[in-house]
Design a protein around this ligand. Structure first.
Ligand SMILES: *Cc1c(COP(=O)(O)O)cnc(C)c1O
Length: 381
C-alpha cells in the first residue's frame, strides 16, 4: 500500500490523472470552510468598490445585514418575537457567549460529537455555573460506538426534552426523520417551536466564509439574555449577548465584522430562497445523499460508514474503504486533480473519505466525484 507521507509514492500518486470528462465542475467537497458558489464571489467582486472597505456603521453594510436578518426569518419561518442575533468569533465564540449570557445556573448537554463535547466543556469549565449534566448520544448502529458523531456525520432528532418546561433549548443544525410522509428532516429540527436558540456559522451550509456566529432566539431566550444582563454577573463585552442583541436589532455588530462573509452569506441565502427556500435546499441535499450512499452501497470497495440509512447525514457523508484501498492515497490523488478536502475528520483516523453535500454543492458533482473515485481506485489497484 502506498504511503502518502513518502515523497516518492506521493509523486507517483500525483501522476495519476483523472480524465476531464469524469471530473466534477467544482472540486470543493470540504465540510467547512465549504464550497462558496463562484456566482456569489462574482457578485461580491461586482459590488466590491462600493461595499468592501466601507464603514459597517453606514447604510451600505447595515442594509446588507438587514437583508440577511430578514432572509433568515423567512428561510427558517421565524414567528413574531424571535430575533436573529449575530456576532464575531464563529460558533466557538458562541459557546462562551452562551456560558455567560444564556445559562443561568446549570445546563444539560447531549454530546453528539467533537463540537457538542466542546460546548459541554465550555459550560463545565465556567466557575459561575453548576456542573452540567451531560449525556453521550452515540447510537448503537455506529460501527465504533466510542467515536463521536458530528465528525462521522450521523443525524438525530433534536426537540425539546420537556415541552413547556422553563428550560431553554439550544441546538445546532441537525437533521432527522427518515419517513417520506413526515416533514423533511431539516424542517423538523428547525421548526422554531422545537428550540429556543438555534446557532450556526456561515462557512457550512450557508456557503460563506468563517468568523461569525448567527443565533436564532425565541422570546424566552431573549428574555433570558435580558435577565442575566440585568444581574450582577461579570460578562466580557465581546461575549455579551445583550450587547449582541442591542446591536443586531440595529443591523450591526458590536465590533467590525467580516464584510465579505456577510455579503457571501446573503448571496447564498437569497439564492436558496429564490429556488424554494428550506424545502428546496433540503431536497437538494437529499438528492446528493441518495447518489453518494447509493454508489457506496453498490460499490465493491466502499461502504457508508454509518450502517443505518436513517441515521446517515444528508449534508456530510462518510464512506469507509476496505483494506485494498488506501483512502489517504485516494484523497491525495483526488487533491492533485483539483478535488479537495475529502480527507476524513482528522481525529477519527479511519480509512475513509468525508464528503460535504451542502446545498451549494451540485448533486451532479457528487455523481462526478463517485466516477472520479472509481477511476482512481482502479488506477491504484
Ligand atoms: C464548524 C462547527 C463549529 C465551529 O465553528 P467555528 O465557526 O469554526 O467556531 C461548531 N460546531 C459545529 C457543530 C460545527 O459544525
Amino acid at each position: 500500500m502506498a504511503d502518502p507521507t513518502d515523497s516518492d509514492s506521493t509523486s507517483k500518486l500525483e501522476g495519476i490523472v483523472i480524465p476531464t470528462e469524469l471530473l466534477p465542475s467544482d472540486g470543493r467537497f470540504g465540510s467547512g470552510p465549504s464550497k462558496v458558489r463562484p456566482q456569489a464571489v462574482a457578485a461580491l467582486a461586482a459590488a466590491a468598490d462600493a461595499y468592501l472597505g466601507t464603514s459597517h456603521r453606514q447604510a451600505t453594510v447595515k442594509n446588507t445585514v438587514a437583508r440577511l436578518r430578514h432572509g433568515l426569518r423567512d428561510f427558517f419561518g421565524l414567528p413574531e418575537g424571535y430575533e436573529v442575533l449575530l456576532g464575531n468569533g464563529g460558533a466557538t465564540a458562541f459557546w462562551d457567549a452562551m456560558v455567560f449570557g444564556l445559562i443561568e445556573r446549570r445546563s444539560q448537554h447531549f454530546v453528539f460529537g467533537e463540537f457538542s463535547s466542546k460546548c459541554a466543556q465550555a459550560a463545565t469549565a465556567a466557575p459561575h455555573l453548576g456542573d452540567p449534566g451531560s449525556s453521550d448520544r452515540n447510537p448503537a448502529p455506529i460501527r465504533n460506538p466510542s467515536l463521536t458523531r458530528t465528525s462521522i456525520c450521523t443525524r438525530s432528532r433534536t426537540t425539546r426534552p420537556r415541552p413547556g418546561s422553563p428550560c431553554l433549548f439550544a441546538g445546532r443544525r441537525r437533521r432527522d426523520s427518515p419517513s417520506s410522509t413526515e416533514p423533511r428532516p431539516l424542517q423538523v429540527c428547525v421548526d422554531p417551536h422545537n428550540y429556543d436558540v438555534y446557532y450556526f456559522a456561515p462557512q457550512k451550509g450557508f456557503a460563506s466564509d468563517g468568523g461569525m456566529w448567527i443565533a436564532l432566539c425565541s422570546p424566552a431566550a431573549v428574555e433570558r439574555i435580558q435577565r442575566i444582563a440585568a444581574s450582577d454577573r461579570y460578562v466580557p463585552a465581546s461575549l455579551d449577548l445583550k450587547v449582541a442583541l442591542d446591536n443586531s436589532v440595529k443591523d450591526q455588530t458590536y465590533n467590525t465584522p467580516g464584510l465579505a462573509t456577510i455579503f457571501l452569506m446573503l448571496e447564498q441565502l437569497e439564492w436558496m430562497l429564490r429556488n424554494g427556500g428550506l424545502g428546496w435546499s433540503s431536497g437538494r441535499c437529499d438528492r446528493s445523499a441518495e447518489i453518494l450512499y447509493g454508489w457506496a452501497d453498490s460499490s465493491k470497495v466502499a461502504v457508508p460508514f454509518v450502517m443505518d440509512p436513517a441515521q446517515r447525514s444528508h449534508v456530510v457523508g462518510t464512506i469507509d474503504f476496505g483494506d485494498r484501498v488506501d483512502a489517504a492515497a485516494l484523497a491525495t490523488v483526488l487533491r492533485s486533480n483539483g478535488i479537495v478536502d475529502t480527507e476524513p475528520y482528522r481525529k477519527l483516523g479511519r480509512n475513509q473519505l468525508r464528503i460535504a453535500m451542502y446545498p451549494a454543492i451540485d448533486p451532479d458533482d457528487i455523481e462526478a466525484l463517485t466516477r472520479s473515485i472509481d477511476h482512481v481506485v482502479e488506477a491504484l489497484a
